[in-house]
Design a protein around this ligand. Structure first.
Ligand code: THG
Length: 306
């Protein structure tokens, strides 16, 4: 299966089967975050910048940027706010951007400011959206996330979702977008509302990776909406979809349970050579300075004796 290559100003991220799972940080999204929404609307991007730095420090490889503020006139406002959010993010971190909007002028504005090779999030199998969004993706040489729903809505039959994914891949190729630049999102519905939601995701991931040869992603936190102990559900879901062959997810890297599940799955699936990243992640943090180094040596001697 081919690799998907994403780029920021100077960095390259490679997504593909057999490689460490790619983490797309979900936090820059005002949905469900009233304070962040009010600040973005008022032109205050300090929290956006902080969230960008914290997610990359925690291990995000790519950052999703969403400016969906739930306003009455998104076509007017969202292009400006999304473009500014992307500019602000790119000032403080150097990772590829995932431009997250359902508003086509906002995707366009985001593509104008994003460095390197970003991801357009997203296109569906709806004719109007295919014909409007794929030319923008082709022109920039970007990658695109494809959602397998169409004018008739979202099907609960994995074969229908697979057929729609195939339709999007074929249409993208007609626009000159290679299939490795189409990342299929099987659609993650809340498990509390849609029984067996994770099972459908797993079935679609298997079909898409085996039969279409495309990389995959999902909005992993959707799985737990409305349920208690979301962290545990999110972490378990991520481990399950990695086992099914998913190659990336939009998720929260600031949640240690989720990061532990991803690192463990990478090690167990053979995506972490000699389990080196897993072992490193389980070491006590290194302290700065001579005093820290001395304490570190003492700790090493003690642990050897055990
Ligand atoms: N597929 C694709 N893109 C997507 C989604 C998807 N983008 C948006 C979303 N779904 C993925 N991103 C999030 C981001 C946050 C949450 C869920 C999904 C979330 N937020 C908390 C809440 O709303 O309760 C708020 C966190 C806080 O308060 O700090 O759950 O499916 N392609």
């Amino acid at each position: 299966m081919p690799d998907t290559i994403l780029r920021s100003r100077t960095q390259t991220v490679v997504m593909g089967p057999g490689r460490p799972f790619v983490i797309i940080g979900e936090r820059i999204n005002p949905t469900g975050r009233k304070k962040l929404a009010a600040e973005m609307l008022a032109g205050d991007f300090s929290r956006v910048r902080q969230d960008a730095m914290a997610q990359v420090a925690a291990g995000a490889h790519i950052l999703d940027v969403n400016a969906g503020l739930g306003v009455a006139n998104p076509e007017e406002l969202e292009p400006h706010i999304l473009a500014e959010a992307i500019r602000q993010v790119q000032e403080v971190v150097d990772v590829p951007i995932c431009i997250d909007s359902s508003v086509i002028p906002a995707l366009k504005a985001g593509l104008e400011v994003a460095h390197g090779k970003p991801i357009v999030n997203s296109v569906t199998a709806e004719e109007e959206r295919l014909e409007a969004i794929l030319p923008l993706v082709a022109e920039k040489g970007a990658a695109v996330i494809a959602l397998p729903n169409d004018e008739s809505g979202i099907s609960y039959d994995p074969r229908v979702r697979f057929q729609l994914a195939k339709k999007i891949v074929e249409r993208a190729e007609r626009y000159g977008i290679p299939r490795e630049d189409v990342i299929i999102d099987p659609l993650t519905m809340p498990a509390g509302a849609v029984p067996g939601s994770a099972k459908t995701v797993i079935q679609v991931v298997r079909m898409v990776s085996e039969e279409l040869g495309c990389n995959t992603t999902c909005g992993a936190s959707n799985i737990s909406f409305g349920l208690p102990n979301r962290k545990a559900l999110n972490a378990t879901f991520i481990a399950m979809v990695i086992a099914a062959g998913m190659t990336s997810a939009i998720t929260n890297p600031l949640e240690p349970e989720i990061m532990t599940a991803i690192r463990a799955a990478n090690a167990l699936m053979g995506y972490d050579e000699n389990c080196a990243a897993w072992i490193a992640s389980q070491q006590p943090p290194q302290e700065e300075g001579e005093e820290g180094a001395r304490r570190g040596r003492r700790r090493t001697r003690r642990s050897r004796r055990r």
